[in-house]
Design a protein around this ligand. Structure first.
Ligand SMILES: [Fe+2]
Length: 238
């Protein structure tokens, strides 16, 4: 399996591993904390061994899921057991666990029309092993990452799924699938449960203006390279 990670190709201080399932990049991150480390997303089919190898560098206490799509939470149950870590997920994605069709997706651009049909047909064929989040994120506990010892803030980025959530820490926005670099450059994510909400979340990203965007697929990209892509999409579609 092709793997690019922060040890092989450092990008600022971002701790990442980008694992290629065929030609599909799946990226996980680690944020260091005072009491241990937090893994962001858990990979997909065939990535478990590579991820575990990489995680030997860390002391994972929390597993933060940016959303409950199978290419992000597939290994959650196994990693929780293996690492003894607590899983954090937005409450709005709770019912999505193992049930892709509970939040069907729409194409965010006309060119993704057929890809989107395929996504809605194939999505339900993959099933994550059952898991129960230990911490459900809501607007009430959005400061919890500080309480858990991380210099990091929760950023709600609904749209791709209703519970899509990112983390901003040290100038880096870990955004899950709210934005992507799937094809090796900054790009609008092809699918969204709510395009209207996704657009608002893109505006949130513009306002936050991090230095880097670390997406769930592909390598981290500089915000300055994402801005024209986001602005172009918002200008076209509003
Ligand atoms: Fe997703």
């Amino acid at each position: 399996m092709k793997v690019i990670n922060s040890e092989l190709r450092p990008i600022e201080a971002i701790r990442y591993t980008c694992m290629y399932v065929g030609n599909q990049p799946v990226t996980c991150y680690v944020i260091r904390g005072k009491n241990g480390d937090m893994l962001i997303d858990t990979g997909f089919c065939f990535t478990y061994d590579e991820l575990m190898k990489w995680l030997k560098h860390y002391d994972i206490k929390h597993i933060f899921l940016t959303h409950a799509h199978v290419d992000h939470d597939l290994n959650a149950a196994r990693l929780k057991k293996e690492l003894g870590a607590d899983i954090i997920l937005n409450q709005r994605d709770l019912s999505l666990i193992r049930h892709y069709s509970r939040q069907p997706v729409k194409a965010t651009k006309s060119k993704y029309f057929f890809r989107n049909i395929q996504q809605n047909v194939c999505g339900p064929l993959f099933r994550t092993n059952p898991y129960t989040p230990d911490i459900l994120l809501t607007s009430e506990n959005r400061n919890l990452l500080h309480e858990l010892g991380y210099d990091a803030d929760v950023v709600f980025l609904p749209g791709h799924t209703l519970g899509s959530t990112g983390i901003i820490s040290c100038g880096v926005l870990y955004c899950g699938d709210a934005f992507t670099a799937f094809w090796g450059k900054p790009e609008i994510t092809p699918h969204a449960t709510s395009i209207k909400l996704m657009k608002r979340s893109l505006e949130t990203i513009l306002k936050l203006s991090p230095e880097w965007i670390s997406p769930g697929h592909g390598l981290p990209v500089r915000m300055e390279s994402a801005i024209p892509v986001i602005n172009g999409y918002l200008a076209d579609r509003i």
